[in-house]
Design a protein around this ligand. Structure first.
Ligand code: NAD
Length: 289
């Protein structure tokens, strides 16, 4: 039987409805719910991401500001802009668009964002709290992948979960969340030998390798839940011989859909939920986590 598809758009819409009510509640107590993004330089994709964030924030009633700094901004100037937002009581959440221009240290700047306002969950403090099983502002993509898994309603406790990827924003926090939910977790990465021997053992397979089509039928055990975090724009040849750009994941969807019990499509799976998680973190930050 074909997998049940996890509909990220409808999950995100459901989350946004709840957030709308939460924002209205917080405002009725006089709390400010405001997200401020810092964009340094003129990276076109960051600017387009910022526009889409503004639209999403406003759709649930979250105030949104974009602080734009010129490409020749220095580390002390960028640090000062972040510190100013850390101390501004009207600002609930702060995020820094990446990449920052050459010559600036994006990691160091992200670490200057106050942990209580770090709505992307990229600070050492928030990752540390997550590792300790404490309340934290978790990285949005990992939280979205985990929410997709939870939306299946399948019990996670005791399951064999395999995470492919060990990045700080996806793979590692995802493994921490799964351990927190009492799964038995194996983390795979580029140096893993015989990847298929691990993935075939998985009851839950979370794929965040950033390699288009890495995972196919040979990697998946029948009945596994497969969450595909990967997102890639690739050219696909049409019947008339022309090429058209399309979005695909790390999972070969057509091969895995007949095997898995649940599967996230790409697009329309983890992606839309990630945006909702940024808003959820902003609301949590406004509430004081
Ligand atoms: P990354 O490149 O930082 O990390 C990829 C990880 O996968 C690394 O830890 C690496 O060791 C591992 N890996 C790579 N190739 C592998 C292989 N062949 N076998 C086993 N492990 C392998 O990427 P990231 O930032 O963690 O993002 C992962 C994917 O998620 C990317 O495709 C990215 O575009 C996507 N992403 C999606 C969203 C979303 O909202 N859906 C958000 C952020 C990132």
């Amino acid at each position: 039987m074909a997998a049940t598809l996890i509909d990220g758009n409808s999950l995100a819409a459901h989350l946004r409805e709840k957030l709308k009510r939460d924002v209205a509640d917080l405002r009725s107590y006089g709390k400010s719910v405001r997200l401020t993004a810092v964009l340094i330089g003129d990276d076109a994709s960051a600017a387009s991401y910022a526009r889409s964030q503004a639209k999403h924030a406003e759709s649930v009633g979250i105030g949104y500001d974009l602080v734009q700094l010129p490409p020749n901004t220095t580390m002390p100037q960028a640090t000062e802009a972040i510190e100013r937002l850390n101390h501004d009581a009207a600002v609930s959440g702060v995020m820094l668009h990446m990449p920052v221009p050459k010559g600036l240290d994006g990691f160091a700047l992200q670490q200057r964002i106050a942990a209580v306002k770090d709505v992307e969950g990229v600070s050492a403090e928030n990752l540390g709290l997550l590792a300790m099983g404490r309340e934290a502002l978790a990285p949005c993509t990992a939280a979205a992948a985990f929410a997709c898994l939870q939306s299946t309603g399948v019990e996670i406790r005791g399951k064999r979960a395999v995470v492919i990827g060990r990045s700080v924003i996806v793979g590692k926090p995802l493994a921490m969340m799964l351990i927190g939910a009492n799964a038995t977790v194996t983390q795979c990465h580029t140096q893993t030998r015989d990847l298929v021997s691990h993935t075939r053992n998985a009851e839950i397979l979370m794929v965040a390798a950033g390699r288009a089509g890495l995972i196919g039928a040979e990697h998946v055990s029948p009945g596994a839940i497969v969450i595909d975090v990967g997102t890639h724009r690739v050219p696909v040849r049409q019947a008339d011989g022309t090429e058209k750009m399309t979005t695909v994941g790390d999972v070969r969807f057509d091969e895995v859909v007949p095997l898995a019990s649940h599967l996230t499509p790409v697009p329309g799976g983890v992606g839309p939920v990630t945006v909702a998680m940024l808003l959820a973190n902003t609301v949590a930050a406004a509430r004081g986590v």
